[in-house]
Design a protein. Structure first.
Length: 88
């Protein structure tokens, strides 16, 4: 869990591409797909808190949170789009 922490609200969102955070989110979302249903639900229910921790490194933490949340949603959409043809 501490891997997500960085100095509290010291970074600017201006010009930030959030590459490190997005890579971690993408890896987490793909890893979550391997979990059994119950642990997957618990992981996803808790992931908003993890995104908040990541966003807290930025001065505009609410803006950062929105960007990270949208990325997590986009990754899940991509994963589910890849799975749909396999189940059809």
């Amino acid at each position: 869990m501490n891997a997500y922490r960085s100095p509290y609200r010291t970074r600017s969102v201006v010009g930030e591409d959030f590459a490190a955070e997005k890579a971690a989110i993408t890896e987490d979302m793909h890893r979550a797909q391997t979990l059994p249903f119950g642990p997957y639900l618990a992981f996803m229910a808790n992931y908003g808190r993890i995104l908040r921790i990541m966003a807290d490194a930025y001065e505009s933490h609410e803006v950062a949170y929105g960007i990270l949340q949208r990325h997590a949603d986009a990754v899940l959409d991509e994963i589910h789009a890849e799975e749909e043809p396999a189940t059809a």
